[in-house]
Design a protein around this ligand. Structure first.
Ligand code: FUB
Length: 303
């Protein structure tokens, strides 16, 4: 496994700051940030990997993992899973998430099933956060499983997924390989403008579901959110928190993590590629809540 240590030179009075885009030696998208319970001083970001020139509507082939203790010095743990290691899949290694569940690390991702060409939600497992990850197959009960997010709440695994203006969720069975059909919910009508890429995080007692959406003005995607008091909703739509910005990609996608007491939103832009939608780069900015618990708008920063 290739390990690359690289430095991002950024000094701020807050002590936790990355330069945007966060990774500049490789194109990355769809960031999934996590702090695992065994090491609260380390932040992990799992990403999909844009390959310039793939020229096949985001014809991506694998995923990377990155870790840091300070948001300045990052280790690229290299390619942690590749299409060629997933027997049931043929193409399009799209968005990813990760989870720690019952002592093991899991990746959850979407790829097109061989011979069928529809997205399935794959699961891979490892003893270590950086892998190697072994594919276990795809989750049963999920039709067209694009953009999965695996959210563990009080030891219960929940899967969220969404595509083409729809968003769904369900509790998973303990082996994570199938949904509990009786828990399946269609959240689409609760999440105005939803297009794809759901992500759930909990703050105090509130569940926040953030997602890329399309307004009637259409592309590019902007980030929206809704809130609930239970993981499976119902969700109350709250609004937009990352609007259009200079140098964005046609898509946006990301997640939130609390690291060393700060809430950080990871998402992506096309800053590094000069605006090419299929050559994206991960971004990070602080996420702030107002007194009512609403997410304040994020304006992408250089640092
Ligand atoms: O990265 C490929 C696709 O683009 C993701 O699955 C979508 O969410 C969008 O970001």
């Amino acid at each position: 496994m290739k390990h690359i240590l690289f430095l991002i030179v950024a000094i701020t009075s807050m002590g936790l700051s990355a330069q945007n885009p966060v990774f500049t030696h490789v194109f990355t998208a769809d960031p999934s940030p996590h702090v695992w319970p065994d090491d609260p001083n380390k932040l992990w970001v799992y990403t999909s990997h844009d390959e310039p020139g793939s020229n096949n509507h985001y014809g991506m082939t694998g995923y990377h993992a990155f870790s840091t203790t300070d948001m300045v010095n990052w280790t690229d743990h290299g390619r942690i899973l590749h299409l060629e290691n997933v027997k049931w899949a043929e193409s399009h290694a799209w968005a990813i998430d990760a989870a720690f569940y019952r002592g093991k690390y899991y990746l959850i991702y979407c790829m097109k099933e061989a011979g069928i060409g529809l997205f399935r939600t794959g699961i891979a497992r490892s003893d270590n956060p950086e892998g190697p990850f072994t594919d276990l197959g795809y989750v049963k009960g999920v039709e067209f499983g694009q953009d999965p997010a695996l959210f563990i709440d009080d030891g219960i695994p929940y899967l969220f997924w969404g595509h083409d203006r729809k968003c769904f969720a369900a509790e998973l069975n303990e082996d994570l390989m199938s949904i509990k059909p009786e828990t399946y919910v269609d959240l689409t009508s609760q999440l105005t403008y939803v297009f794809e890429g759901p992500w759930v995080h909990k703050k105090e007692d509130t569940y926040y579901l953030t997602y890329p959406g399309l307004t009637p003005r259409r592309w590019p995607e902007k980030m929206f959110y809704g809130v609930a008091d239970k993981p499976l909703g119902p969700y109350e739509f709250k609004g937009n928190f990352i609007d259009d910005f200079e140098g964005q990609s046609g898509t946006n996608h990301g997640g939130t993590v609390t690291f060393k007491g700060k809430d950080i939103m990871f998402y992506h832009s096309a800053w590094l590629s000069g605006g090419l939608s299929e050559t994206r780069s991960v971004m990070a900015d602080y996420l702030h809540y107002d007194k009512k618990g609403d997410i304040k708008p994020i304006v992408p920063s250089k640092e």
